[in-house]
Design a protein. Structure first.
Lengths: 114, 111
């Protein structure tokens, strides 16, 4: 069975400091993994995805994530936070079978202070 | 591409009324998903279709909820009768391979 755990429900950083949002997954298959972002009162936007081509995945807005099979982790990072990064972030796993549902983590709220 | 289109964006209705939410997926996508998001329960998958066929409706809360996909470019989620606890943001998403693309959502308020 597939599952995903976001280790922090809330992360607070100062503008210009690094961001780390942690995610662990469990999958019986070789998974596809995603990070989505949701700004207040908006829909979910795909930040990046991992599909086994490369373990370090670069996404939009300067975010990247590294797939570590040995640690079953897919943490999201950004070197320098911007105020506009304040949002909710979801780590998501798929079984890589087309047309199947995604499994969402419970989300991490990122706050950025000036 | 216009992305996933949902209508209406906001809906306010009285308890007992029928509510119909609409979704147009991205052209060429063959899977469509309906989600509900609330503060208490987070993001919940209600139902999804593959090639217009419902695959898993186990997330549909009760018989008051129904969803249809008459063709590849249109889906509806209907609540009849609506109740205040149905108040939430309802998202539609579509996909072709694995990543899903979400619509802007419909904010439903049932008074």
């Amino acid at each position: 069975a597939q599952s995903v755990t976001q280790l922090d429900s809330h992360v607070s950083v100062s503008e210009g400091t690094p961001v780390l949002l942690r995610c662990n997954y469990s999958s019986s298959y070789s998974p596809s993994l995603f990070w989505y972002v949701q700004h207040p009162n908006k829909g979910l936007q795909l930040l990046l995805k991992y599909t086994s081509a490369a373990t370090l995945v670069k996404g939009i807005n300067g975010f990247e994530a590294e797939f570590k099979k040995s640690e079953t982790s897919f943490h999201l990072t950004k070197p320098s936070a911007h105020m506009s990064d304040a949002a909710e972030y979801f780590c998501v796993v798929n079984t890589r079978q087309a047309g199947t549902a995604l499994i969402f983590g419970k989300g991490t709220t990122l706050s950025v202070s000036s | 591409d216009a992305g996933v289109i949902q209508s209406p964006r906001h809906e306010v209705t009285e308890m007992g009324q029928e509510v119909t939410l609409r979704c147009k997926p991205i052209s060429g996508h063959n899977s469509l998903f309906w989600y509900r998001q609330t503060m208490m329960r987070g993001l919940e998958l209600l139902i999804y279709f593959n090639n217009n066929v419902p695959i898993d409706d186990s997330g549909m809360p009760e018989d008051r909820f129904s969803a249809k996909m008459p063709n590849a470019s249109f889906s509806t989620l209907k609540i009849q009768p609506s109740e205040p606890r149905d108040s939430a943001v309802y998202f539609c998403a579509s996909s072709f391979i694995d990543e899903q693309y979400f619509g802007p959502g419909t904010r439903l308020t049932v008074t």
